[in-house]
Structure formats: structure tokens, C-alpha cells
Design a protein around this ligand. Structure first.
Ligand code: MTE
Ligand code: HPA
Ligand code: MOS
Length: 753
């Protein structure tokens, strides 16, 4: 089934936040944000701004009726800076005006004097100064201290990954409309409607039941709206609450880039030990996460880095430590993969370095160390592994040896261009790492005309979760898809939702939908059984027809629904789902945090232009563990999008903050994301069909984040291509590997001076 939004998308009829018709009397907000990265506010003069035409009011921290606090995991982040600013872009004041233009014009008249304080942008420096968001955490397996003795090769090194701008097409935004009795409705472009509701209640000093958050869809979130949509939702709520008028704020692109956090940059030190048989015996790694100026989701992201630090390999002796380092950058946040990719890059770097030292292809080491079913992850969970199956099928389909030989032959034939190849196996755990977040609810109504309305906690952000919810109901009721509508995500219909994140939205909300639909179906079957005077167990619904003992009857879906209504049978149900069997004990760092893992193997090949340093990604060939995909169009799209986004992170997307903490890559002229020309020429996604009875929705495994990590292969393929031209190039394990850095690697030993 096609994405149910595709029709309105291509006609431009889909409703995003900025398409919601505004109510008469709507005001517009704009935030005044700190021009310096760290300092004490000495004075704030809003008088000239307040006198500008159209300005209704300027709000500061002093106007907040409840708590000036938006921190989710740790209460360490103010909505509006009261005394201290901690990053460039930190909101200090909020201008409310009759028009968007008037609000932004007034921003220029605000005068602030800030006494500067020392600025830290580097996570290692923050760690040295003990500026940590939370205490460090260490995952242990076996005993690395004794394992080194058994190793024949020990390699140490450093690996750094840069951040990534979410660049959702729809920027952050929200629109609050006052309701009767002091209540508020907030339309928010958020992945977490409940987070907006809870935080607005806290800041406004209201109860959660006063606040309705409604989300129709997002023009992309990618993690950037899991926590950080809250800021804007709460700002408009605050203004609407105080002024008793509707207030809207849609960020301009440069405001969004400047004021919001990104994927966490990481720096890491690694040490890896192998024996002669190329088995990895020991691995030690220390991660320095650049958290930015407040916790946001950093502790959870850091945790997932540790969970994925050995990727899809079994290593008997592991010691992995992570520090969440507080710097004066905007608080970094969730981004597709949620710290996992950062952990996986480092183990791949360690393997690549060992392979270079040993003069063997990295693939040889990778293949020898893949997880087998029953192997333990460092956190104690035992793998139900598809790692070998994916790798072997990729080899069978795409012939790794033959491809490598073709590349070697090509490279021998010319010095103008060089090709490189890399294999990237992946393993990604599905579930929120915080066990309690793994819960979801769905509300299903069957109307008397046989049409069905469904609400869940899932937010549609392009990934197609609404289509999957519709498919669930369609299959259970066996009715035409046109009878089913998926409604906006709304905190008055579905309460206490977890954000749409962790790739788990379809699983969690889909299972809740399944439960609610089954409950209604059961009641309908009883009605049908009584009507037809047979046992309920002999009733089946197929293609809108009621079957009794396998024989079609004259009762159809519409008649059955109406009959049930006439008999005063409840045609609505509320499903509540929590996956069984997951738990985690952080005090010993052991447990079973994931319902299951997603596996896969990609083979990436690239060509570099040895005169210019420019390159193309020729092909990404993948065998991916979909379970049994419930929607191949959507799932293939998720793979393709994830791969291109991952390649962008690894190769061209370069976030630059200067030492004063100012974002230099603050516009699309200075921050380059992949376009159609830089996307791989070929992407082939081959499904590894597994039908194990896992906990995925309809046995269709979660697909949102894992494919991004195939993009890591692009870095290593490029590295191999550079080394084919300049074998002594010592290219740092530092991303993105931009054309400039490739050029330096070709001619200058790898390091930009
Ligand atoms: N796909 C699109 N088109 N837009 C998005 O914003 N977000 C990704 C992924 N795929 C995203 C996307 C992220 S970060 C996650 S966690 C999952 O979708 C969330 O949706 P799911 O749980 O339904 O897979
Ligand atoms: N993944 C994504 N988002 C999250 C998680 C997670 O594990 N935990 C909290 N938010
Ligand atoms: Mo996705 S980073 O879990 O929103």
C-alpha cells in the first residue's frame, strides 16, 4: 500500500503547522536569543523594542507564572534565560506582535549587556574541567585487563564524529489558541505531544488536563522534534495564556539552525586487541559526548552509544565508558540512531586500523567476529542474531570478492580515479532504552455507517506510521482501506504518550491498535453469531462479508455494525500495549533492554577524482532484516532515506562552531546536505525474510533508524579509495570526510594544516 499521505502531499494539500488557518486576532511571536555563548546578563533593555509598531508585549523570565524550566530528563534548562546564558542562541526574551514581520523587526531593537564567561566547545576540555551532565557510565564484559595478554595485535587510536543538522523540511513551530476556562489548545510540530503538554503545564503553572496538544503531521522530525519542539510549543502557550489571544511562531530556517541542538558530536579513544586468527578478544573505548549546555536527551543518547559500541560483533572482553560533557553549544539532542551510530563508527574505525596494520581487508576481520545467536552483548542480553545470515546473503547476491577484484583491477588501470569499497554490518536494538517508555495506546471507534476512526500516540512525520496503523485495522476488520481514517495525534484522545521515536512507534502503537480492533471484532462476532445462530468461534469477517463456518452469509460489515449499534453494543475500544520481557538494571549495567534487534549488511562502493578530491557513491547494496515487511514501499523508502542521510553525515554535512561558540555553518549556503546528485547512483535493498515470532508488529521489524548506519560504510569506502592512490595517507578517523579532506589525504598525508 502506498503512503496514505502521498495523494495530498503531491497536490500540496497536506496540512502542516503553517497551513492551519489562523484564528482572527492571532499574534506572532519571535525569540530574542543570546549573541554570546556564556555569560551573565547585566542588563536587558526592551524599551525601544516595545515601542516598535505592532508590538503587543515582550516577555522575559520574570513573566513566567509557573516554573522557568523545560528540562525533561534533568531540570537544568530555562525556557528564557533569567541571569545566565549558556549558549549562543539561548532564548532570552519573546516578542509578541500583530504580525510576524513586526515581531522580528522589534528583535533588532532589544539591547542586552552580557558579562562574558569562559566558553567551552570541546568535550574533552569539558571532561578535564569536570563539566559533566551526569556521572560517567561503564559497560563491562569479561575482563579486558587480563585479555590483552592473549592478543597478538593491539591497536590504539582516536575517532571523532561531527554533529548533524536535522534539516527537517518543516522548521520548528507551534500555534496556541486559548480555550474556555483558562484551557489552551497547542498545535505543535512535535514528535512528543505529551512532552509539550507536560512542560507547558509546568511553565504555566496549570494542570495537564488544561492543555490539549494536537499534531496532524510533521514535515520531518528525525529526532530533532522529540524534545526540542517543546521550547516553541511552551513559548506560544505562555504568550497565549498571558495575553488571552492566539499566538503563533514558526521559526525561520536560520533561527532554527542557530537555536536548536543537533546530533551529538563525539570524540573517542579506542584500544582493540586481536589474536592470530583475527578474532577480536578485547576492546576498550572511552566516549566523550558533546552534550551542549543542558541535558536534553543526552543521558539517554549516551546510554545508547554504550549499547551499540560493539555493533554486530561478539567481543568477549569489553570495557566501554562514556562521559556526557557539558559545553557552551545549544543542547544536542536525538537524531536518527540516537547515539548508536556514533558508537558504531568507533568500532569500525578500530577494525579498519587493525586491518591496515595487518594488511588484511577489514571485511575479513568483520566477518570473523559477527554475533552468533546466544552470544552476549556487553549489557547482558543474548543475541538472536541474523548478522551472519545478512552478511552471507549479501556476499551471495553481490559477490564481495569479485567486487573487490574489479575495484583492484580498476585502480591498477588508472591514477586519475580510484575506487574503494567497504562493508557495514549493522545491529540496532529496538525499544526505548528507558523501559517505562515502552507503552502505547490506541482509541478505535467504529461509526454506525461502518467507517472507522483511529487515534494513537504515534506522530506521522513522513515515515508512514499512519499507513501502517491503517493496515492493521484493515487486516483485522477485513474492510476497505477507504473506510478507515487515522486522526491527528491529540493528548485529549490519547494520554501520556511516549514520543514517536526509537523506531518503535509502529510497533507500540500498532500493537495497541491491534488490541483495540480485536476487542471490537470480538464483540461484533458475538452479535453475528447470535444473529446467525452459530457459535462465535465459527464467525469470520472476510472482505466485508460475514462468514459462518466458512460459508458466506447475507450479513455484511455495514449491516453487522448497525445491528450491533441497535443492540447497544460498544463500538469503541481503547488498547493499551506494553512489550513483555524487557528490563534493565543500570546499577549493574545488565539486563534485557531490547525486545529485538534489527540486523543488516551493506556494501558501499565509491569513486574519487584524484585531481579534485571530489567523489561519487556508486552503489550501496544491502541485505536488510525486515522481519516480514508489512509495507515494502514504505520500508524500502525508509532504507533509502536513512542511507542517504547517513552518507550525508559521514561525508558532506559539516557543522562548524567557532571557539566563541558561534555557529558558522548557519545557513544552507554553508551547510551542505546530499542532493540528488550526491546520492548514491544505485541503492539496492534486498530483504532478509525472517518470520521468527518476534515482538514486531505483524512480524514486520522496526525500520526507521537502523538503515542510517549503512551510511557509515561511505566513510570507510572513501578511505580505502584514498589509500589506493596514496598508501601512506594517514587520514584521521574524523567525519565528515569532505572532498577537501579527501584531497588532503591524496596529496598531503591526510591532515589539513
Ligand atoms: N522518516 C521520515 N520521512 N521523517 C522522519 O522524520 N524520523 C526517523 C525515522 N524515519 C523520520 C523518518 C526517526 S529518528 C525515527 S525514531 C523513526 O522514523 C520514528 O518513526 P517510527 O517509530 O514509526 O519508525
Ligand atoms: N531512543 C530514542 N528516543 C528515546 C530513547 C531511545 O532509546 N529514549 C528516550 N528517548
Ligand atoms: Mo528518532 S532519533 O528516535 O526520533
Amino acid at each position: 500500500m502506498k503512503n496514505i499521505d502521498s495523494y495530498t502531499h503531491v497536490r500540496g494539500e497536506s496540512i502542516y503547522l503553517d497551513d492551519i488557518p489562523v484564528v482572527n486576532g492571532t499574534l506572532y511571536a519571535a525569540a530574542y536569543d543570546s549573541p554570546v555563548a556564556h555569560g551573565k546578563i547585566i542588563s536587558l533593555d526592551i524599551s525601544a523594542a516595545a515601542a516598535m509598531p505592532g508590538v503587543v508585549r515582550i516577555l522575559t523570565a520574570a513573566d513566567i507564572p509557573g516554573e522557568n524550566q523545560i528540562g525533561g530528563i534533568i531540570p537544568d534548562e530555562e525556557l528564557l534565560a533569567a541571569t545566565y546564558v549558556h549558549f549562543c542562541g539561548m532564548p532570552i526574551a519573546l516578542v509578541i506582535a500583530e504580525t510576524d514581520e513586526a515581531a522580528r523587526a522589534a528583535l533588532k531593537k532589544i539591547k542586552v549587556v552580557i558579562d562574558p564567561l569562559p566558553v567551552i566547545t570541546d568535550p574533552r576540555e569539558a571532561k578535564e574541567k569536570n563539566e559533566l551532565i551526569i556521572p560517567p557510565r561503564t559497560f563491562l564484559l569479561g575482563d579486558t585487563s587480563t585479555a590483552w595478554e592473549q592478543c597478538d595485535l593491539i591497536i590504539e587510536g582516536r575517532a571523532d564524529t561531527n554533529g548533524q543538522e536535522h534539516l527537517y523540511i518543516e522548521t520548528q513551530g507551534a500555534y496556541a489558541v486559548p480555550q474556555e476556562n483558562g484551557a489552551l489548545r497547542i498545535y505543535s510540530s512535535t514528535q512528543g505531544p505529551t512532552a509539550v503538554q507536560r512542560t507547558a503545564a509546568r511553565v504555566l503553572g496549570l494542570s495537564m488536563h488544561h492543555i490539549e496538544v494536537d499534531t496532524t503531521r510533521l514535515g520531518g522530525g528525525f529526532g530533532g522534534k522529540e524534545d526540542q519542539a517543546t521550547t516553541w510549543g511552551v513559548m506560544v502557550a505562555l504568550a497565549a495564556h498571558l495575553l488571552k489571544r492566539p499566538v503563533k511562531y514558526c521559526l525561520h530556517r536560520m533561527e532554527d539552525m542557530r537555536m536548536t541542538g543537533k546530533r551529538h558530536p563525539y570524540s573517542a579513544d579506542f584500544k582493540i586487541g586481536l589474536n592470530k586468527e583475527l578474532k577480536i578478544l578485547a576492546y576498550e573505548v572511552t566516549f566523550y559526548q558533546n552534550a551542549g549546555a543542558a541535558a536534553d536527551l543526552s543521558p539517554a543518547v549516551m546510554e545508547r552509544t554504550l549499547f551499540h559500541c560493539t555493533n554486530s560483533y561478539f567481543i568477549p572482553h569489553v570495557k566501554a565508558t562514556a562521559y556526557s560533557c557539558k559545553t557552551n553549544l545549544p543542547p544536542n539532542t536525538a537524531f536518527r540512531g540516537f547515539g548508536g551510530p556514533q558508537g558504531m563508527f568507533v568500532i569500525e574505525a578500530a577494525i579498519a586500523k587493525a586491518a591496515e596494520q595487518l594488511g588484511v581487508p577489514a571485511a575479513t576481520i568483520q566477518a570473523k567476529n559477527l554475533l552468533q545467536t546466544g552470544d552476549a552483548f556487553p549489557y547482558g542480553q543474548l543475541a538472536d542474531s541474523e548478522a551472519n545470515e545478512c552478511w552471507q546473503q549479501a556476499d551471495a547476491l553481490f559477490n564481495i570478492t569479485a567486487q573487490q577484484k574489479a575495484i583492484t583491477d580498476f585502480n591498477a588501470s588508472t591514477s586519475s580515479y580510484k575506487k574503494g569499497m567497504a562493508i557495514m554490518p549493522i545491529c540496532f536494538g529496538i525499544s526505548f532504552t528507558k523501559t517505562l517508555m515502552n507503552q502505547a495506546r490506541a482509541l478505535v471507534h467504529v461509526y454506525t455507517d461502518g467507517s472507522v476512526g483511529i487515534s494513537t500516540g504515534a506522530v506521522e512525520m513522513g515515515q508512514g506510521v499512519n499507513t501502517k496503523m491503517l493496515q492493521v485495522a484493515e487486516q483485522i476488520f477485513s474492510i476497505a482501506p477507504s473506510r478507515i481514517k487515522i486522526n491527528s495525534t491529540n493528548t485529549y484522545r490519547i494520554a501520556n504518550t511516549s514520543p514517536t521515536a526509537a523506531s518503535a512507534a509502529a510497533d507500540l502503537n500498532g500493537k495497541a491498535t491491534e488490541m483495540a480492533c480485536h476487542e471490537i471484532l470480538l464483540r461484533l462476532k458475538e452479535v453475528a453469531a447470535a444473529e446467525l445462530q452459530v457459535a462465535p468461534a465459527s464467525i469470520e469477517l472476510k472482505n466485508e462479508t460475514v462468514y459462518a463456518n466458512g460459508i458466506a452469509t447475507s450479513l455484511d460489515w455495514k449491516k453487522l455494525v448497525l445491528t450491533a449499534y441497535v443492540q447497544r453494543v460498544n463500538l469503541s475500544a481503547h488498547g493499551h500495549y506494553t512489550p513483555a520481557g524487557i528490563h534493565y538494571d543500570a546499577s549493574i549495567e545488565k539486563g534485557h533492554p531490547f525486545t529485538y534487534h534489527v540486523y543488516g549488511t551493506s556494501i558501499t562502493s565509491v569513486t574519487i577524482d584524484c585531481l579534485r578530491g571530489t567523489y561519487t557513491v556508486d552503489a550501496v547494496n544491502v541485505v536488510h532484516d525486515f522481519g516480514r515487511s508489512m509495507n515494502t514501499l514504505l520500508d524500502t523508502g525508509q532504507c533509502e532515506g536513512g542511507i542517504v542521510q547517513g552518507i550525508g553525515w559521514m561525508t558532506m554535512e559539516e557543522i562548524v562552531y567557532d571557539t566563541a561558540g558561534k555557529l558558522r555553518s548557519n545557513a544552507l549556503s554553508t551547510y551542505k546536505v546530499p542532493d540528488i546528485y550526491s546520492a548514491p547512483k544505485h541503492i539496492t535493498i534486498h530483504p532478509l525474510n525472517t518470520t521468527k515470532d518476534n515482538l514486531a508488529l505483524l512480524r514486520s521489524k522496526a525500520v526507521g533508524e537502523p538503515p542510517l548506519m549503512y551510511g557509515i560504510g561511505a566513510y570507510f569506502a572513501l578511505r580505502n579509495a584514498v589509500k589506493a592512490f596514496n598508501p601512506t595517507a594517514d587520514i584521521p578517523f574524523a567525519t565528515p570526510l569532505t572532498p577537501e579532506k579527501v584531497l588532503m589525504g591524496l596529496y598531503d598525508g591526510g591532515v589539513i594544516k
